[in-house]
Design a protein around this ligand. Structure first.
Ligand SMILES: [Zn+2]
Length: 391
């Protein structure tokens, strides 16, 4: 499995190099602003086409070296695509903070002592704070991707994207299975090998979302530039907050389960479909974005902790009896939050059915991958009682 995270370090260029670096990233940002105006005007997001229309100017008027010119185009297209994914309105992306995106080994390199970067006027080498990033030099696990040099309040920072090839937990070493159901009204609902249910309430999340939604609605009705700016800022704040929530939930999931845990999630493709049906045009994309973010964070943390995540087809997870496997949508009584199997009579709170079924699918996955699962019990033994314990 591969996962990506961003490492942030402060770099310490000498005074004359700092000038060089600052000049380079200012020009880079100006190049970005130029390309951004082109994209804003044309809505062209194709690397080839944008490059065709802007490359010559980036080279001759801005004096950017070839590689940097290509990076500028990539950076700006990336910003617009991110905006679109977050469903921000089509606004001009601005590059006020001096910044520059670098490709590993072409524009920058990093060893344990030095950071080396190509500028407009040759290479600059400098020391940096290695604390917290030492482990990324283990080349058997990690590799460096693009990096961004940022200048804030006269200080220089490097944001490096690091991808990790993680040790994969063998299916034969799995000691615990946890089904994780994600929802719109709750954050996550889990069911594990000991028959325990855990509910990560989403009420606070729901309220906060509603609050943001209200803010957005107010601002959307005002068609002023300042309202548009605020709208964008609010979108970014909401995303940051959601990422933080996901960080906490994934951390809690990983830390409350032992090494050798297999987490079972619904496949996002299905989720998107499901939320689309539930929410229609009402920001389902934002919901699936946050599901995806949780998935990424959980995957990363799990693999660092000797655990792993699989995704399964979510069709019928809320209508299937976790005890006898009978599928019938009449088993689910949404209004009273109760599930009563029309075949065997198994009864439970409907919130935990999804997680129980995901758990069952995790067991099935293991059975398929290795024959028998004596230490975990079969799929039949997963429903120890008929009382609901999910809240
Ligand atoms: Zn049943």
């Amino acid at each position: 499995m591969e996962s990506v995270k961003t490492a942030k370090v402060q770099i310490h260029p000498q005074e004359k190099d700092a000038q060089l670096l600052l000049e380079s990233i200012r020009v880079y940002a100006k190049g970005c602003a130029f390309v951004s105006e082109y994209i804003f005007r044309t809505k062209d997001l194709s690397q080839v086409s944008v490059q065709k229309h802007t490359y010559a100017t980036l080279r001759s008027e801005y004096g950017l070296p070839s590689q940097m010119a290509c990076n500028v185009v990539r950076t700006v297209i990336g910003s617009y695509k991110t905006n679109r994914t977050n469903r921000n309105p089509w606004t001009l992306c601005e590059y006020k903070n001096p910044q520059m995106t670098l490709s590993w080994n072409r524009d920058y390199s990093l060893n344990k002592e030095r950071f080396s970067v190509g500028t407009l006027y040759g290479r600059v080498k400098c020391t940096y704070d290695i604390k917290g990033v030492e482990r990324y030099f283990d080349k058997t696990v990690y590799s460096f991707g693009t990096a961004k040099v940022v200048c804030k309040h006269g200080k220089f920072f490097l944001h490096i994207s690091v991808s990790a090839e993680m040790d994969i937990l063998n299916d034969t070493d799995v000691v615990n299975v946890v089904g994780i159901d994600r929802g719109i009204n709750f954050l996550a609902n889990t069911y594990d090998s000991k028959g325990r249910s855990k509910f990560y309430s989403g009420r606070a999340i729901k309220n906060k979302r509603a609050h943001y939604k209200e803010l957005r609605r107010e601002l959307q009705s005002k068609q002023t530039p300042s309202a548009r700016r605020r709208l964008k800022a609010i979108g970014q704040r909401e995303n940051r907050w959601m990422r933080d929530v996901n960080h906490c939930v994934s951390k809690a999931l990983v830390e409350s389960n032992p090494k050798g845990t297999l987490f079972v999630l619904e496949d996002l493709k299905g989720i998107r479909h499901a939320t689309e049906r539930v929410l229609r045009k009402d920001r389902y994309e934002a919901v699936s974005w946050s599901f995806y973010d949780l998935e990424q964070k959980l995957g990363y943390k799990a693999s660092e902790n000797g655990q792993k995540v699989i995704k399964v087809d979510p069709t019928y997870t809320s209508q299937t009896c976790p005890k006898c496997g009978h599928i019938d949508k009449r088993s689910r009584h949404k209004k009273v939050h109760t599930f009563v199997c029309t075949n065997c009579g198994y009864t439970s709170n409907d919130d935990r059915i999804g997680a129980m079924n995901l758990y069952r699918m995790g067991i099935e996955y293991l059975v398929e991958s290795q024959g028998s699962m004596s230490s975990l019990g079969g799929a039949q033994s997963i429903a120890p009682d008929v009382t609901s314990a999910s809240k």
